[in-house]
Design a protein around this ligand. Structure first.
Ligand code: T4K
Length: 422
């Protein structure tokens, strides 16, 4: 059997396996679409590709309004402003930093709520205790595409007269109780970043059934213009470009295949890691629509022979770039750790989860044989935990795995920054 790389063997993968490699769909179709855009000379400002992308997303989700935007962060900022939020808004800390920044950027205070360790989502039972007279809203995040407890959150919002929004960045093509995510709360925001199940290079969408919010968001996204020379709102530039929408249309065409691939990889991971002591893969509710876009393992340090960080170091040595999303939690990042240095006291479940999650590579670039190899690496590392731990003591991979991976060398070994871009 091959020696583990951390013990001096060669890396299992010559090229890095990433979490978040873009799904492209049919590349020939994409190039045709881009060619048509270039030939047509209409590049942005709600051209035909954006209009069609919005129509198709709206139809798939079953929602009245879809406003395509340049990314989900700006989408969240616009939705928050269009919904009239101010003062304090309750959000989970266990999320990508964009959720909190979209508030703080407009001088609204994010108040961090702890999560339910089973769902990884904001725990509705804990929301009421952090509502103050300044609270105007709640933002739930459907982490990994698994729905928040939307009914309980809506009840709280109704009871306290708060506005409920959802960060649905992970949850495109997912459902809750048979209803598509994107139709809950006052509005939801999808991300179509390069790393998402379908992408528009950068991009996102605000989706809502609320006519008033949709109208405001549409204006705000385009500087507040109602027509030529007629600005009626404070706005920004949140528009999606035509090439971005072309990529999105490509993704929509391919979505069933992409989800099937993710699902197959998820099942392959389950079959090789399902019985490993101390390691559990988060389950998806198979009665619902899922995009299976994240393969998330939780490492229980009490039971596992190696910790999460040790396993990640082992995998990185093999060129498997597993990630520890969302470590260390938003409240432990700037500016929040300066503004709220004691926030962690009320966030024990967030801190514990952030310390045990390991996200594994999947998507079209990852084959089932790759998954089997990753399973073998983890199994072998755990079986030789003492030896591995000793080797890790002298390896910089454990103390600072990410410092060894600069964006454009180890991650993209064939990327040469001096190369001419045509
Ligand atoms: N809310 C939530 C809950 C979110 O998760 C996100 C974004 C947002 C809001 C905001 O959405 P956007 O404004 O981005 O639309 C990545 C993504 O950049 C980010 O979009 C995503 N969540 C987050 C979970 O993951 P990083 O900092 O981990 O990105 P990075 O550059 O390390 O890329 C991840 C991996 O993907 C790399 O190891 C390699 C691979 N990759 C990435 C890019 C950009 C590629 O292979 N090709 C690429 O072009 O945040």
């Amino acid at each position: 059997m091959r020696k583990l790389a951390i013990l001096g063997g060669p890396s299992a993968f010559a090229e890095a396996l990433h979490v978040g490699r873009p799904n492209m769909g049919d590349k020939t179709r994409l190039m045709q679409r881009i060619q048509a855009i270039v030939d047509g000379g209409w590049l942005t400002n709600r051209g035909p590709s954006v209009v069609e992308f919005e129509r198709q997303v709206g139809e798939l989700i079953g929602v009245k309004h879809c406003i395509a935007v340049c990314n989900a962060t700006v989408g969240l900022e616009i939705a928050i402003r269009a919904a009239g939020l101010r003062g304090e808004v309750i959000v989970p800390s266990y999320t990508f930093i964009a959720t909190a920044h979209a508030l703080q950027w407009q001088e609204i205070t994010p108040v961090f709520c702890d999560i339910d360790p089973a769902s990884h989502n904001i725990d509705p039972k804990l929301v009421a205790r952090i509502i103050t007279p300044r609270t105007t809203g709640l933002i739930g995040v459907h982490v990994w595409g698994r729905p928040c407890d939307v009914d309980a959150l809506q009840d709280i919002a109704d009871h306290y007269e708060l506005t409920l929004l959802f960060d649905a960045a992970h949850a495109f093509n997912c459902s809750h109780k048979g209803r598509m995510i994107g139709t809950f709360g006052k509005a939801e925001v999808f991300s179509f970043h390069a790393t998402k199940v379908i992408n528009t290079f950068e991009g996102g969408a605000i989706v809502t059934n609320d006519d008033q919010l949709a109208g405001r968001a549409r204006l705000m996204q385009n500087f507040g213009f109602r027509g030529y020379d007629d600005v009626v709102e404070l706005g920004t530039n949140g528009k999606m470009s035509e090439v971005a929408a072309a990529m999105g249309l490509n993704g929509l065409e391919a979505i069933n295949g992409l989800v099937a691939k993710n699902h197959a990889n998820y099942e392959a991971y389950l079959s090789c890691l399902g019985a490993v002591p101390g390691l559990s893969l988060i389950p998806y509710d198979h009665r619902e629509k899922n995009n299976y876009h994240y393969v998330v393992a939780e490492i229980d340090e009490g039971e596992s022979a190696l910790s999460r960080d040790e396993l990640i170091a082992v995998l990185h040595a093999e060129n498997v770039l597993a990630r520890k999303y969302f470590w260390p939690g938003c409240h432990n990042m700037m500016p929040y750790k300066r503004l709220f240095p004691d926030a962690g006291i009320l966030l024990p479940a967030t801190e514990a989860l952030a310390g045990r999650v390991m996200v594994l590579p999947t998507g079209t670039d990852v084959g089932e044989a790759d998954v089997a190899t990753i399973g073998r690496i983890i199994g072998e590392a755990l079986a030789n935990a003492r030896e591995v731990r000793l080797a890790l003591k002298s390896s910089p991979l454990l103390s600072a795995p990410h410092s060894l991976i600069s964006k454009f060398d180890a991650r993209f070994p064939r990327f040469d920054p001096s190369r001419r871009i045509l």
